[in-house]
Ligand binder design. Structure first.
Ligand SMILES: NC(=O)c1ccc[n+]([C@@H]2O[C@H](COP(=O)([O-])OP(=O)(O)OC[C@H]3O[C@@H](n4cnc5c(N)ncnc54)[C@H](OP(=O)(O)O)[C@@H]3O)[C@@H](O)[C@H]2O)c1
Ligand code: SF4
Ligand code: SF4
Length: 379
């Protein structure tokens, strides 16, 4: 395993961090985590040098933190830093932060959370914190003095201007941003990465494979571009190496859903480093990104923040098959998947209540896009 700098902190994170948002689960029930398999994956990662694990209150329908707590028994807790997050959208009353933090310590079965984040900050959640009866920064300071949390940060999903405002408002230790070769100019993006780094924050990367999209077997039009590179690499290796190549990146979180993926990513991390990609290779990555943008109708990352929908629409699933049909130019194949979906989970079941759009970190016009899906498969 390679270790990197965490900016001003006197601690070196492993190049790869474990994101506990994509653990294996049974059937369609994200809360029903395959416990033995997930624990084996987390322990394999730690045994092979991973020293940072990221979870959050809502992951796996609120089951992720407890699973992480179980995985870190038998001496594993001492080998790894835990990151978890205060669910910003649920903080209304002055005593809410304490309620969540105490429950999280309990679920994780630990006395201290090493890296604590305000989850998914956006203009809306940022304003919400400012309107609370308590001063959230005073509260964070107090919890730090009590020894319940150590380093303070935030994760982010909104535009660059608000990102900079948040960075400048408080003496944060770190932040967590969505960043990958497709999102260089999206949300915080490359400019945000450099900005945070210049202000002394460690920067943790989430969605490095854009939720798995960049790990899929590429279509012919993308393969042709990769084939121009002298070195043959898997798509996952390209995407991760592109991030590790940048000195401002402190560590890359990957959500992994099989032990095989953990083994592969640990292997890639052990061969990672800053400045390893040549100018020609970086140009190839940029051309692949441009091509992907051309051929994807919906920029959904499959993060599941928008579900459950009160009307049972399986939003990310509808977008996934629409994207795949277009990216791979295989309408008939994915029309069959659409026809096989239960009627109640189809995009056509949307009643335009708007709830999902409030939750989407990508700011997608979900309701209109769902209509596009219906038109695409039904007309
Ligand atoms: N704070 C926030 O607002 C926020 C938001 C998003 C994520 N996060 C955190 O950041 C972490 C990373 O984000 P992410 O989970 O979206 O990461 P990601 O790496 O972009 O996507 C994860 C998906 O990539 C695929 N994958 C990973 N390694 C692979 C490999 N070697 N071969 C083939 N496929 C591979 C898997 O897809 P399949 O499962 O389809 O195989 C996996 O579920 C999350 O787990 C979570 O801890 C935080
Ligand atoms: S707008 Fe449609 S898809 Fe979104 S939550 Fe409401 S019913 Fe569900
Ligand atoms: S529509 Fe938005 S919230 Fe829902 S899975 Fe896609 S990116 Fe996530």
């Amino acid at each position: 395993m390679e270790y990197r700098d965490f900016d001003e902190l006197d601690w070196n994170p492993s190049a790869l961090g474990f994101g506990a948002m994509r653990l294996p689960y049974n059937d369609d029930d994200r809360s029903d985590i395959k416990e033995d398999e997930a624990i084996e994956m987390i322990r394999y990662a730690i045994d092979n040098g991973v020293n940072y694990i990221d979870t959050a209150w809502p992951y796996h329908d609120e089951e992720s933190e407890e699973l992480v707590g179980k995985a870190l028994k038998d001496g594993y807790r001492e080998k790894v830093k835990i990151a978890t997050k205060l669910p910003s959208w649920d903080i209304e009353e002055a005593d809410d932060p304490d309620k969540f933090l105490n429950k999280q310590l309990d679920r994780l079965d630990t006395d201290k959370i090493d890296f604590y984040l305000l989850h998914a900050l956006s203009r809306k959640h940022w304003k919400n914190y400012q309107s609370l009866e308590i001063d959230i920064f005073e509260w964070l300071k107090e919890k730090r003095e009590e020894g319940k949390i150590d380093y303070l940060g935030f994760s982010f999903h909104d535009h660059l201007d608000i990102f900079k405002e948040i960075v400048d408002t408080y003496d944060w230790d770190f932040c967590q941003i969505q960043y990958n070769y497709l999102d260089q100019e999206f949300q915080a993006g490359k400019e945000g990465l450099k900005y945070a780094n210049s202000k002394g924050l460690g920067v943790v990367i989430m969605e490095p494979l854009r939720g798995g999209k960049l790990a899929k077997e590429p279509p012919e039009s993308i393969k042709k571009i990769w084939d121009e590179a002298e070195k043959d690499r898997e798509p996952v290796e390209w995407a991760l190496k592109w991030l590790w190549n940048q000195p401002e990146v402190s560590l890359v979180l990957s959500g992994m859903s099989t032990l095989e993926q953990v083994k592969e990513n640990v292997e890639y991390a052990s061969e990672s480093g800053v400045g390893e990609l040549s100018k020609k290779e970086l140009d190839i990555v940029d051309r692949v990104a441009a091509k992907y943008r051309d051929i994807s109708p919906v920029e959904c990352t499959g993060c599941n923040y928008c579900v459950p929908c009160p009307n049972d629409v399986a939003i990310p699933r509808n977008f996934r098959i629409y994207n795949q049909a277009e990216i791979y130019d295989e309408y008939e194949k994915y029309k069959e998947s659409w026809d096989n979906m239960k009627d109640e989970v189809k995009a056509s079941n949307c009643v335009r209540c708007g709830q999902c759009e409030e939750a989407c970190p990508q700011n997608l016009d979900i309701m209109d896009l769902l209509e596009d899906v219906v038109n695409y498969f039904e007309d």
